[in-house]
Design a protein around this ligand. Structure first.
Ligand SMILES: [Zn+2]
Length: 179
């Protein structure tokens, strides 16, 4: 099945508002990783969001959009890796207006395996370095905080890059990859 056929089928069952919200949430998550990597001077090679039809599609419980950010994490120290790693989940909570509390992170599903790997701690067992990173990220990514506008702008650019009618844009060190 081609991507646009899947999209058309899903659109019939999925309210457009939910579709857009899913895409926005995926974009905000990746924008969190990007904004923090940029703040720390860690080069970002690629960031994008993509449509993914779940096999057992059951809105609103499953996501129809996911994303990926690749940064030069080998150039980052342990503290910086933890910050970049948790930034996606912190950005999501922030955008949803939810309280950012380190207790959330004791649930393994709080972050993807790749994000847990990036923080260099075991899933659902955030160590002191990780908890400190969550606190620091909450302070800069909260609504109205210093990186809030950067976060929204980057998320918007990621969404624009998913629209095939618009050209993917080069943005600082980030190359947006259209799906
Ligand atoms: Zn992530």
């Amino acid at each position: 099945m081609k991507q646009h056929e899947i999209k058309t089928r899903l659109h019939k069952r999925l309210p457009i508002s939910l579709w857009a919200r899913d895409r926005r949430l995926a974009a905000v998550h990746e924008a969190g990783h990007v904004a923090i990597a940029r703040m720390l001077g860690v080069p970002v090679g690629l960031a994008y969001v993509y449509f993914t039809p779940a096999r057992d599609f059951d809105p609103p419980h499953c996501r129809t959009w996911r994303g990926k950010t690749l940064c030069a994490s080998r150039l980052a120290d342990r503290r910086q890796r933890a910050m970049i790693g948790v930034a996606g989940a912190v950005a999501e909570l922030s955008w949803r207006g939810e309280w950012i509390d380190e207790d959330y992170w004791f649930e393994p599903t709080m972050m993807s395996d790749s994000d847990w790997n990036l923080t260099q701690c075991v899933a659902s067992k955030p160590d002191d370095n990780c908890i400190e990173a969550i606190r620091v990220m909450a302070a800069v990514l909260e609504r109205g905080a210093s990186l809030w506008h950067d976060l929204l702008r980057t998320a918007r650019d990621l969404i624009i890059a998913t629209q095939p009618s618009l050209q993917a844009r080069a943005f600082g060190q980030v190359t947006w990859k259209p799906t």
